[in-house]
Design a protein around this ligand. Sequence first.
Ligand code: HEM
Length: 478
Amino acid sequence: MNRPTLTTSAGSPIADDNNSITAGERGPLTFDNYQLFEKLAHFNRERIPERVVHARGSGAYGTFKVSKSLAEYTRADFLQIVGQTTDVFLRFSTVGGGQDSSDYARDPRGFAVKFYTQQGNYDIVGNNTPVFFLNDPIMFPDFVHSQKKNPRTNLPDPARMYEFWANHPQSLHQMTILMSERGIPSSWRHINGYGSHTFSFWNHNNERFWIKWHFKTNQGIGCLSADEAAGLPSHGAQQDLVEAIDRGDYPSWTVKIQILSEDDARSFPHNPFDLTKVWPHDLVPLIEVGSLELNRNVDNYFAETEQAAFAPSNFVPGIGPSPDKMLQARLLAYQDAHRYRLGVNHNQLPVNAPVCPMGHYQADGQMAGMRQSEQASDVNFYPNNQGESAAPDASTAAPPLALEGSVNVCPHSQDGADYFSQAGDLFRLMNDDQRTDLAGTIAGGLNFADPDVQKKMLEYFFEADPDYAYRVRSAMGG
Ligand code: HEM
């Protein structure tokens, strides 16, 4: 067989890759070992910072197909025509653990989808839960610190988790989901995905709608008990996904949205931009709009899955943010994280690169020119007088957002909101066994917490449903 020649990274042929050059058979290395030095130097730089959250994950490519035109609600060009398809990359993840943790942690799951549209990349950076622990981003770093390992012992520490939750009643809804049987998914394929936030759609008439994204797994929801999870290899979900796609058993999701008009949002029973709450389906029904299938594994985990850079700020004309405070902060946080983790030109990496024509005047920086066509050659400023060069298109602007009432700029406390009804509704949806399991799982962690934390949590459970508090207290042995 005619094998290609082994080379340095600069393409120069290598004569011997098994023996370093030494002065004599038993002598020291010499300075002309430049091939050895290159090999060792590159090896020293193989790691980049892991994501500060969602460090452990799996990714795959696939296709999104429209089953209902959304032209009435949005001008986004990938949502116009029934049957239209768009390539996607999806990364699943756990949240709190590092890259060395298990696929089967009790943890929310990230569900991040990049749509490679003809108007740029559109990212939905969601979770497998429709709500989140917080509704103000200023709490996010404290929240993450409290959920990760204890900095002194470097061990998981449930007392710290509950201490945070006891100080933040807005976490109760998501915490109830996390401690329920859905808290440990059996694989990446057996979870739903949610955009979680409220987003805006606007159509060609510049009419705005508020929407939420739902991805319903066609594999069925699969969950594990803590005992079942403990018996599985830490990489089991990665293996399950790769093997399913390799054998042609492509996982898929039915994609749905909820739509609320601007008027209906004003009279909605709760703040429709509060990420700790769902939009009840009887008030805002789900509308099926398409399907998503994963059908191609990555060729190189590091280059593609690890270097994938999702950003909630990656919008396309016709889709934009809402005033959800959490989402607003995420518009800044992700690109900032990517500049640190991957560098300023992360969007030139193949997995992140848009597939549409590009035109911008951002220049230089580390690793610039991975996509030659992207770097301006002669005109690198705007405005300019060169008719052929890229210029803004005012027609892609979002309609103005009306601020309502007398707008005062100050920290707005959301402490008075009702954080108990929806957690109680979820509890009442559970059957007897599920309630017992939930209470047992909570007790398992809450027993480690200080008495004042336990007392506070029991008050919250009681507000949600007296039976919720009763069961947790009994499971705690009280
Ligand atoms: C203020 C709130 C939040 C902040 C500041 C924040 C920040 C971050 C940061 C810095 C990363 C790492 C990004 C990287 O290095 O590539 C990340 C990853 C991620 N976050 Fe958040 N996050 C927030 C809330 C949320 C919420 C509410 C969700 C879901 C509804 C979410 C879903 C994700 C997902 C799925 C990833 C992993 C994306 C991937 O697969 O690469 N985050 N977040």
